[in-house]
Design a protein around this ligand. Structure first.
Ligand code: BEZ
Length: 212
């Protein structure tokens, strides 16, 4: 399976999860999605990551995003491990985790990188838009836990830039100034950005975030 690229359709699948059998596209409906893999159940970094995703449920919901995890461990293993996550991370896992023991979904999404580990999934993240297209991918190795605040921040940028002709600069956070895309002329920018803009260079025009 070739690696998925930005703009590709996120492949549909049906899978066993901790919340029953799910058909991915149907489950997503018209929402945004985050599909992420972790290497294995009963491992320390994964335990902290999944606890954090559970704690951030409201933040994902605020952004109209549904989240689903995956590892190649079986369902009974996930169910026992979730009790440990809830206990040690002081939370309640509140999103489905795929039991991909036949490696169907991890192969479909190229989540096993044999030169890193020939058996376990790496830490992949796919952010999927309401049009089912892949909007962002991330790949971290097993030894490096992800920063889910960064994933939320990136979703803020993806959602803003889907609706407005702006891009978000380095270290941008929701509410910060944005950059007007270069396909917009100065004349159009005056009309589209009533809060005004600063022309630092012809190619660098800064405007207050348009939807704030
Ligand atoms: C962890 O989640 O801690 C982990 C998983 C697989 C390999 C190394 C670390």
């Amino acid at each position: 399976m070739a690696a998925l690229r930005l703009g590709d359709t996120a492949p549909n699948f049906s899978a066993k999860t901790t919340e029953g059998e799910i058909t991915f596209h149907e489950w997503l409906g018209d929402k945004w999605g985050v599909l992420f893999s972790h290497p294995a159940d009963f491992t320390p970094v994964c335990t902290t990551e999944l606890g954090m995703v559970a704690k951030l449920k409201d933040e994902f919901e605020k952004r109209n995003v549904k989240v689903m995890g995956l590892s190649i461990d079986p369902l009974d293993s996930h169910e026992v491990w979730i009790k440990d996550i809830n206990e040690t991370q002081n939370t309640t896992v509140n999103f489905p985790m795929i039991a991909d023991d036949d490696k169907y979904v991890s192969t479909l999404y190229d989540m096993i990188h044999p030169n890193a580990d020939d058996k376990l999934t790496v830490r992949s993240v796919f952010v999927i838009g309401p049009d089912k297209k892949v909007k962002l991918t991330l790949t971290y190795p097993a030894s490096t836990g992800r920063n889910f605040f960064e994933i939320l921040r990136a979703i803020d940028s993806l959602q803003l830039t889907a609706d407005y002709k702006v891009a978000t600069p380095v270290n941008w956070n929701d509410g910060d100034d944005c950059i007007i895309v270069n396909s917009i002329s100065d004349e159009d920018a005056v009309k589209k950005f009533p809060k005004g803009f600063v022309k630092v260079k012809p190619y660098l025009r800064v405007t207050p975030q348009p939807n704030k």
